[in-house]
Design a binder for this molecule. Structure first.
Ligand code: B16
Ligand code: MG
Length: 219
């Protein structure tokens, strides 16, 4: 029986991806690395340091910098990202999300956040929905990033629920893989080819409808 919903943040509740990807693209350019759209897209859902390592790999610069230099680059990117987050308001919640959260509350479901972002609490506060969630995974306490199942397993444990009692929502390929590896029901939001591992797919958050998703979960 359905008892909880687990949400990725970036690309699901709000489109902070444009700020993440913009800030990474600027940093890559400063390092003399030109990223293709596909390479940029592959950073969705990937943790901060893993994203930087991937960019350096794409630019064939994986052995060029010390750990201290890499941390400085990641901190620079984060400063630019946080400048954008500071400007966020409840208007930045993606269409359909408030209805989904309200329907879930009425239905008595528990809600959790499984975001790789260390900025999740600031973003949720800016969006005005921090108090809607019963649990938020602290990504600093995890050993492995998405696509490893750890983050979705942790969210489920924080809600004190079983894998067969939750539905999880993701916009990234690595995220869908993480949900499926955790044995949970995955709702993908985005491109059907990219998210083909999802159990239920919608092109955008506008099409999210709890009754329809729950019907698919129960079949
Ligand atoms: P931070 P999600 C992820 O959020 C983003 O999709 C990804 O682009 C970002 O690098 C990662 O969070 C870490 O974010 O630098 O703020 O800790 O999709 O898992 O909600
Ligand atoms: Mg995401």
């Amino acid at each position: 029986m359905l008892k909880g919903l687990i949400f990725d943040l970036d690309g699901v509740l709000t489109n902070s991806a444009i700020y993440h990807l913009g800030a990474w693209n600027n940093l890559a350019k400063e390092l003399g690395i030109s990223l293709t759209n596909q390479q940029l897209d592959s950073l969705r859902g990937i943790s901060r340091m893993d994203s930087l390592e991937l960019i350096l790999k794409y630019g064939h610069q994986e052995d060029k910098y010390s750990q201290a230099q890499k941390e400085k680059f990641a901190a620079e990117k984060n400063t630019k990202f946080v400048e954008q987050v500071e400007k966020m308001t409840p208007d930045d919640i993606l269409p359909g999300i408030m209805d989904l959260l309200n329907d879930a509350k009425e239905r008595g479901l528990s809600l959790a956040i499984a975001s790789a972002s260390k900025n999740a609490p600031i973003i949720l506060t800016k969006l005005g929905i921090m108090d809607e969630f019963d649990a938020i995974v602290d990504p600093a306490t995890l050993h492995h990033g998405k696509p490893d199942p750890e983050i979705y397993q942790r969210a489920q444990q924080l809600l004190d629920l079983g894998a067969d009692e939750v539905i999880s929502f993701e916009d990234a390929k690595a995220g869908i893989e993480s949900i499926k590896a955790a044995g949970q029901f995955a709702v993908g939001i985005g491109d059907k080819d990219l998210l083909k591992g999802a159990d239920y797919l919608v092109p955008t958050t506008k099409e999210l409808n709890l009754a329809k998703i729950e019907a698919a979960f129960n079949t």
